[in-house]
Design a protein around this ligand. Structure first.
Ligand code: ATP
Length: 235
């Protein structure tokens, strides 16, 4: 479904990503792993069109997306839950969820998708009329994921969902991601610095170091890898 090849991107004259390549199949959860500053968010930006890659290819369901606009990429079915969630904190939960319906189809399907989101995250139904900024961090992350789902993604990108959240809340969010992938065939790109959490949910993963993919494998292979154990799992 998604095939990234030879991706180079950076800021001004500074190149950050070097020949990044990876694949993601339908219904699969793939983790992009790495520590602070490794280039994970830059990778997400280059895929979603917020940053124009200087070289490389992003093929998604047979369509080249590299250098296309963010809107074009969104319309093709790639929806991102940004790092830090980026909710409209003064607006209610419901209003934030409405912002997820950006196309004619998703506007028409809003009520149905809203009900489905409330099934994924029952708490949000109780909090629908409350300002998003007054929710707990975990609840805000749920709003961000639900808002993305209302956009009917084929590929959902979760950028550091664990950031600042209690471990059990992260587990809840990753459980939803697993159910989504299994039951709806939505693919999930899970960008994380918490390798333990990410590998517990993902089918496969790629480790990013200094803007390059340094390792790849199934979650079991990465968990057993000596470098991963020493550098990221503290074993
Ligand atoms: P984090 O987990 O901290 O978000 P990351 O792996 O997502 O880390 P990036 O945010 O992609 O890392 O950053 C990779 C490199 O790009 C860093 O050296 C960072 O300083 C640099 N960088 C990020 N954003 C910009 C920007 N807007 N302008 C210049 N350099 C940037």
């Amino acid at each position: 479904m998604l095939k990234v090849e030879g991706l180079n991107a950076g800021y001004g004259a500074v190149n950050i990503l070097w020949d990044v390549g990876f694949t993601l199949n339908d219904g699969e959860i793939v983790a992009i792993l790495g520590s602070n500053g490794a280039g994970k968010t830059t990778m997400v930006r280059a895929i979603t069109g917020m940053l124009k890659p200087s070289a490389g290819s992003v093929m998604f369901n047979g369509q080249e997306l590299a250098k296309k606009s963010s809107r074009f990429i969104l319309d093709s079915g790639i929806v991102q839950v940004p790092e830090g969630r980026q909710l409209f904190t003064d607006m209610t939960v419901l209003e934030n969820l409405q912002m997820g319906a950006f196309s004619k189809e998703t506007k028409a399907n809003f009520q149905k998708n809203l009900e489905r989101s409330y099934e994924w995250f029952p708490k949000l139904k109780e909090r629908a009329k409350q300002a998003a900024g007054t929710l707990s961090g975990g609840e805000q992350q749920m709003v961000a994921v639900a808002r993305a789902l209302i956009g009917e993604p084929k590929l959902l990108i979760l950028d550091e969902p664990s950031l600042g959240l209690a471990p059990n809340i992260v587990d809840d969010i990753l459980e939803v991601a697993k159910t989504l992938a299994r039951d709806t065939g939505i693919s999930v790109l899970l960008v994380e610095q918490d390798l333990t959490k990410a590998l517990s949910a993902a089918d496969r993963g790629y480790v990013v170091e200094n803007g390059r993919i340094s390792l790849e494998g199934t979650s079991a292979e990465l968990q057993a890898n000596e470098h991963v154990k020493k550098a990221y799992l503290g074993i």
